[in-house]
Write a protein that binds this ligand. Structure first.
Ligand SMILES: [Zn+2]
Length: 356
């Protein structure tokens, strides 16, 4: 096990009350690895479900997961899909990876969270849970007494992140986002964690890496899933592959290639692709937001190069009157652009990135 960063965050008394305490991740392969009610022996693959109990007016949620446990001790790599429920490529990629990773030859453990945000997945919503209107990737580390999104975040923090030594939060463009693949490398953590996270980004292999220096450093207010791992001393990555609710082979292969690259990099598997050669580091990025509610018309494609002041799109009211023009704030590349008409004030319409 590679020990990185600061000591684990103390577990609160409420967790003892829930009876979920077990050995933390990265322990010897001889010790039982227990998640929820599932116990994984070395050299086996087991699946189970974390149940989020109903509370008040909400129906709770289920979080399906799989533990692929190698025979020998090593890193515990958590792969989380479906933090946003309409981001299907990572969800389908994990369905395939579940049977592609062999516990007989694996060093360490892979934890697959198949669908983190089940209310959003089954409810077919983008950004927000239909149960509480919250964005799961803005409520970490969660709250065991909160709304369903906050309870899901709390369960993932306690049951998955606590046991992991490394984590990848696998996203894609949401159901309304036309996206060009890229990773986020978070640079606000412990320098050793930041450096190890950089290695994971190179190993995952996407050729655009957004350098993200804006994430909070307080583990009690980590906000984002991958940042919850980083603020707990665990190297992590957020990846973006695919979008628009489409499951396409090219995007699936990017995830499979990426995971295989990280497994090799962490010496969990002997084979696999090497580090990406000469990625573009996106040192400057901006999410362009609508100042109005209405219909969005995009004038650019994902991956398109644009110059400062080029028209990215415009927003009209519901009778067709143009309310605002959206222009590029600097020369750069369109990482994603909204591909469907609905837009509410304050929501993203596009993300632009540049080297500096
Ligand atoms: Zn997402």
């Amino acid at each position: 096990m590679r020990v990185l960063g600061s000591a684990p965050v103390p577990l609160s008394a409420s967790l003892f009350a829930l009876g979920v305490l077990t050995a933390c991740g990265g322990a010897s392969a001889q010790a039982p690895l227990v998640i929820g009610t599932v116990s994984a022996a070395p050299g086996t693959m087991v699946s189970g479900t974390l149940e989020i109990a109903p509370r008040g007016s909400d129906a709770g949620a289920s979080i399906p997961f799989t533990v692929i446990r190698g025979k020998t001790a090593g890193p515990v790599l958590a792969l989380v899909a479906g933090t946003h429920g309409a981001e299907y490529v990572p969800i389908i990629a994990l369905q395939r990876l579940r049977t592609a990773i062999d516990p007989a030859t694996l060093r360490g453990t892979v934890l697959l969270v198949h669908v983190a945000n089940m209310p959003s997945f089954l409810g077919r919503t983008v950004y927000y849970s239909p149960a509480d209107g919250k964005n799961l990737n803005r409520v970490f580390p969660g709250n065991p007494g909160g709304t369903v999104s906050e309870r899901i975040a709390d369960a993932i923090t306690r049951e998955i992140i606590t046991r992991a030594t490394h984590l990848i939060d696998l996203h894609c463009g949401d159901g309304n986002e036309s996206l060009r693949p890229y990773s986020y490398w978070i640079t606000t953590g412990d320098p050793k964690v930041v450096d190890a996270s950089r290695g994971m980004a190179l190993a995952f292999g996407l050729d655009r890496i957004v350098v993200d220096g804006s994430r909070p450093t307080d583990p009690a207010a980590s906000v984002y899933l991958s940042n919850t791992a980083i603020t707990r001393g665990k190297p992590a990555l957020t990846t973006e592959t695919g979008g628009m609710g489409v499951v396409d082979e090219e995007s699936l292969r990017l995830v499979e290639r990426g995971v295989a690259g990280v497994l090799r990099h962490l010496e969990m598997q002997s084979g696999g692709p090497g580090l990406v050669v000469a990625p573009t580091w996106i040192e400057r990025n901006e999410v362009l937001r609508s100042g109005s509610t209405g219909l969005f018309y995009g004038f650019v494609q994902r991956g398109q190069r644009v110059a400062k002041d080029d028209k990215i799109g415009h927003v009209t009211d519901f009778h067709g009157k143009v309310l605002e023009q959206i222009r590029a704030p600097f020369d750069g590349e369109i990482l994603y652009v909204i591909g469907t008409p609905p837009i509410s004030k304050g929501e993203p319409v596009a993300m632009i990135g540049a080297r500096k």
